[in-house]
Design a protein around this ligand. Structure first.
Ligand code: TEU
Ligand code: CA
Length: 506
């Protein structure tokens, strides 16, 4: 494998709304991020993925974009964004924007124009259909519950949304739409971003013509997750996108790819593949079923290990996975993967070390470096996330009582990782001087950055030693030649406060 600039970097995901609020309105913002670039530099971060900050009504926290060329006023201005890019550059931190192009917001100009004339030019940017013999075009279930088809009020038209009804799907079959997307991507790349984290990308190709699949719940609908990845046409779109945007810019891209067949991996990562890297979700999806959160189980430590081994083998000699313990859609990893007896500082470090040892690009999700845990939400009203609210209803429907439903949702809720960052033990954990948009995890008194920075043995300092070590030439050489040396025995020892890593071939 050729050496690439990003091979020895550690990446970090910021969820802007919950990172740091600079003006007391309770919402994290770009100026908050700028003021913490030194914190990220100190942690050893080389790549920053910023979840969406574009203009958005926030039906799905920014993943519903109303203007791809504008920054939402609640996050700041385009001048703030330019300053963020310049300040990050000074610190040798590459910035990735979140690319959400499977859908946009229903408040986007394209959709507003389409509503006026579903058969006109902008109607072709989306999927509009009418019922035939009283039947919708297909029985697919939206990821956030209910049919993917939503009626356009006062008409007999319906439009398709795989996610929330305020997130109409873009019609990638239309070359005009694709050109608009590429133009926008190139505009951001010309501005100086290093690349993109590519959202929900397996969804852009729909199996057409629309048809029903066997229902998997009593609602008569079916989950389409499993059907999407296998379509040949998807590869044409991904290839074209790469050829017209990321490739000529030598940009970095990391795809949110679910449901990929392992045999197809070389087309998705590696030299001249569609993406630079893709996230490895193997352990995240382990234990999930089609029935809903109430039926999900966390993987056991053995299953977790199995996932890691398989992923390492699958990517060996092909390319790098991007490895995560959590992201903005998952429960806190330390509350999910660690058995209860190990949910302490030692266990958290062990989990962290395991993933730093994997071949690949580690992505730290904000707060992971402090060992932040799931939040004990007092009621469903304390939870904002659309998907959590839908799953709560689902729990009640299958017969759980309210207490049981809250317990399930409190474990899997995406809001577990969206509670404000815990900077210190002061009011609101130092996140805001105002009222935070989402409750602060009451653990902020014990778990916060201020108490860990510089404290020997803290999780933060441990993560810092891991990022330093990830950057070391020894580890990087081992990484790249792993295919030649086979399995390695890795031994970590601390001598005179220095972490010593030794390798032995098995
Ligand atoms: O997620 C895509 C996705 O398929 C899931 O992670 C989904 O969010 C989850 O199953 C719902 O519980 C991406 C983003 O990461 C997510 O935040 C967005 O909500 C989604 O796309 C739509 O843009
Ligand atoms: Ca703010």
């Amino acid at each position: 494998m050729k050496k690439k600039w990003w091979h020895d970097k550690v990446a970090y995901q910021i969820y802007p709304k919950s990172f740091l609020d600079s003006n007391g309105d309770g919402i994290g913002d770009l100026r908050g991020i700028i003021s913490k670039l030194d914190y990220l530099k100190d942690l050893g971060i080389g790549i920053l993925w910023i979840s969406p900050v574009y203009v958005s009504p926030c039906a799905d926290q920014g993943y519903d974009i109303a203007d791809y060329y504008g920054i939402d006023p609640k996050f700041g201005t385009m001048e703030d964004m330019d300053r963020l890019l310049a300040e990050a550059k000074k610190r040798d931190i590459a910035v990735l924007m979140d690319l959400v192009v499977n859908h946009c917001s229903d408040e986007h100009e394209w959709f507003q124009k389409a509503l006026k004339d579903p058969e006109g030019e902008y109607g072709q940017y989306f999927y509009f259909a009418k019922k035939k013999d009283g039947k919708l075009p297909c029985n697919w279930r939206s990821y956030f519950g209910g049919s993917v088809w939503e009626n356009v009020e006062g008409t007999d038209w319906y439009y398709l949304h795989m996610f929330h009804k305020k997130q109409p799907d873009l019609n990638w079959e239309n070359p005009k739409l694709r050109e608009e997307i590429y133009k926008m991507m190139n505009w951001w790349l010309d501005k100086g971003i290093a690349g993109f984290r590519v959202d929900a990308i397996m969804n852009i190709k729909k199996p057409l013509p629309f048809q029903d699949y066997p229902a998997d719940r009593e609602d008569g609908l079916c989950n389409v997750g499993g059907i999407l990845g296998s379509q040949e046409g998807l590869r044409d779109f991904l290839n074209e996108m790469h050829e017209k945007t990321t490739k000529p810019h030598h940009a970095f891209s990391v795809g949110e790819v679910f449901g990929l067949d392992d045999s197809d991996i070389s087309r998705f990562i590696g030299d001249d593949a569609y993406f630079t890297s893709i996230f490895d979700f193997r352990q995240n999806v382990a234990g999930q079923t089609m029935l809903g959160w109430y039926d999900w189980k966390a993987p056991t430590p053995d299953e977790y290990k199995e996932c890691c081994f398989t992923s390492q083998k699958v990517s060996e000699g092909v390319g790098f996975f991007s490895n995560i313990i959590e992201n903005h859609d998952e429960p806190r990893g330390v509350s999910h993967y660690l058995p209860e007896y190990a949910q302490n500082e030692k266990g958290k470090k062990l989990l962290g070390m395991m993933y730093f040892m994997l071949k690949g690009l580690p992505f730290i999700y904000q707060g992971q470096e402090l060992g932040m845990e799931n939040c004990a939400f007092p009621s469903i009203e304390a939870i904002d996330d659309v998907s959590s609210r839908d799953e709560y209803q689902r729990c009640l429907k299958v017969g759980l009582n309210e207490e049981e439903a809250l317990k399930v949702v409190s474990h899997y809720s995406r809001d577990n990782v969206r509670t404000p960052f815990q900077w210190n033990d002061e009011k609101n954990g130092g996140f805001t001087t105002g009222t935070p948009w989402l409750m602060v995890n009451p653990q902020y008194k014990e778990i916060n950055a201020a108490s860990q920075i510089g404290r020997e043995g803290s999780i933060y300092e441990f993560y810092k030693s891991m990022t330093t070590y990830h950057d070391s030439s020894v580890w990087q050489d081992v990484y790249r030649h792993k295919a030649d040396v086979g399995m390695l025995y890795i031994k970590l020892t601390v001598i005179d406060d220095v972490l010593v890593v030794s390798f032995k071939e098995l």
